[in-house]
Design a protein around this ligand. Structure first.
Ligand code: G3P
Length: 217
């Protein structure tokens, strides 16, 4: 399973990327606003920090505008992945851009039929949002299971990029289902490490070691 960071906070990415556990980054207009930074500059910096796909979202809603903005974003770095909304113009642009060799992440997916459309449009990734589904009383993970089942029937190459992840259980559930990627806020990646018994066990090991009076090297 690949782990992407869902953030436009360059400082967070710079801190976590050296762990070797960050396989890519996803941004969106809301995350860019929160960064308070220039969009193109942020994408350029992120592409220099992470070798994997860096999703940068167009804001045009028409095909021609999407193509124009995608050209600008693709010019930033070879690992830029163009993020497109799951709309008719978005999927038309998806087909054209993937045919032209671009990576495309089709976002704002909330149903399996939508994911099927994205796969037929040749999307590199499709981003079903689980947290926002949970927020309105639907089971976000049931959507992931449904999409996984549909894709397996036809061996679609489109990778399932679980998005709108709220906590470590979302990551675990997505992994149990066999989703390809989970994109998560930096805080969730940090939470994956945490368990009190790990902390307590390490403290005990170090205390016992100290009593040996020995050193390694
Ligand atoms: O960036 C796409 C998605 O992960 C955002 O989800 O619900 O946290 O805004 P959300």
């Amino acid at each position: 399973m690949q782990f992407f960071l869902d953030t436009a906070d360059v400082g967070e990415i710079a801190e976590l990327a050296p762990l070797g556990l960050v396989d890519g980054v996803t941004t969106n207009p809301t995350l860019v606003r929160r960064s308070g930074r220039d969009f193109l500059a942020v994408v350029r910096e992120i592409c220099g920090l992470v070798a994997g796909p860096v999703s940068a979202e167009v804001v045009a809603t028409d095909y021609d505008g999407m193509r124009r903005e995608a050209d600008v974003l693709r010019a930033i770095a070879p690992n830029v992945c163009i993020k497109l909304p799951l709309t008719p113009d978005g999927l038309r642009a998806c087909r054209a851009l993937t045919a032209d060799g671009a990576m495309v992440n089709v976002t704002l997916c909330f149903t399996a039929p939508q994911a099927l459309l994205a796969a037929k449009a040749g999307a590199t990734f499709v981003s079903p949002f689980v947290g926002r589904h949970d927020d309105v009383g639907f089971e976000g993970m049931a959507l992931i299971e449904d999409i996984r089942r549909v894709f397996a029937n036809y061996r679609f190459p489109t990778r399932i990029l679980v998005a709108s992840v709220r906590h470590p259980v979302h990551v675990l559930q997505a992994a149990r289902i066999g989703a390809d990627v989970a994109t998560m806020p930096p805080a969730v990646l940090r939470q994956l490490f945490r368990h009190p018994l790990t902390d307590r066990g390490l403290e005990q090991f170090l205390a016992d070691w100290a009593q040996t009076g020995q050193r390694i090297g």
